[in-house]
Design a binder for this molecule. Structure first.
Ligand SMILES: Cc1cc2nc3c(=O)[nH]c(=O)nc-3n(C[C@H](O)[C@H](O)[C@H](O)COP(=O)(O)O)c2cc1C
Length: 200
């Protein structure tokens, strides 16, 4: 896989999304990044991290943060309808929404494509590319569960951020890597974030 899109929405769990982008960049993949306004609020609240209001500023800052090569990380504004993600003629190989709010989940399940985050999901589903949704809420209501079922039936992978404890995580970073490892496996991106069960 060469081009992967990632969206951060305003659910708790931005550390998963940032670590995912770091790993994808480290693996030499071109990443298209989107984030909602609510994701900016959550970034400040849970990570003391500022996601800039302007996509161009975010691209500069995150390219430096992740040591990406020139052009490897492209950040798009939510009304940037000329971005490749907006069209079925140029979809990414896969798209991960991490973390995904119940609001964004509901919009995608209903076929609403009113910004680039939801339009890109619509495009990826209709073009038969991989859509991975990392939903975060607890508990789930019947509405949330039905929306997830609808998306799974449409071909999306529903991958909740549920770290396992059987590998004895020693830190929050270990728990984040557990979830990111499962996402990278879905994307068939090689990694060594956590030991594999049963491996010597
Ligand atoms: C600190 C914080 C944490 C939030 N956590 C969640 C969450 O885990 N799941 C969720 O569905 N919404 C959560 N929300 C609410 C969403 O951000 C809100 O519904 C927002 O409108 C979602 O917009 P978006 O889907 O465009 O990002 C949280 C909001 C804040 C400020």
């Amino acid at each position: 896989m060469k081009t992967i899109a990632v969206a951060f929405t305003g659910a708790s769990g931005l550390p998963y999304g940032l670590r995912l982008v770091e790993c994808l960049i480290g693996a030499g993949i071109t990443v298209h990044l989107l984030y909602s306004q609510a994701a900016q609020i959550v970034a400040r609240q849970e990570m003391d991290f500022t996601l800039p209001g302007r996509a161009a500023d975010a691209q500069t800052e995150l390219t430096a943060r992740f040591n990406a090569t020139a052009g490897q990380l492209k950040v798009h504004g939510l009304q940037e309808w000329f971005a490749p993600l907006a069209s079925g003629s140029n979809p990414p190989d896969a798209y991960v929404i991490c973390p995904c709010t119940m609001g964004t989940l509901a919009k995608i399940a209903a076929g609403m494509a009113d910004d680039l985050i939801t339009r890109a999901a619509d495009v990826v589903l209709k073009e038969g590319r991989k859509l991975i949704i990392v939903p975060r809420e607890t508990p789930f209501s019947i509405i949330h569960l039905e929306n997830m079922l609808r998306l799974a039936r449409a071909g999306a992978v529903i991958l909740p951020p549920n770290p396992g404890f059987y590998q004895h995580p020693a830190s929050v970073s270990d728990m984040i890597d557990f979830v990111v490892a499962r996402i990278l496996d879905q994307l068939q991106v090689p990694h060594q974030l956590v030991p594999r069960w049963g491996a010597e």
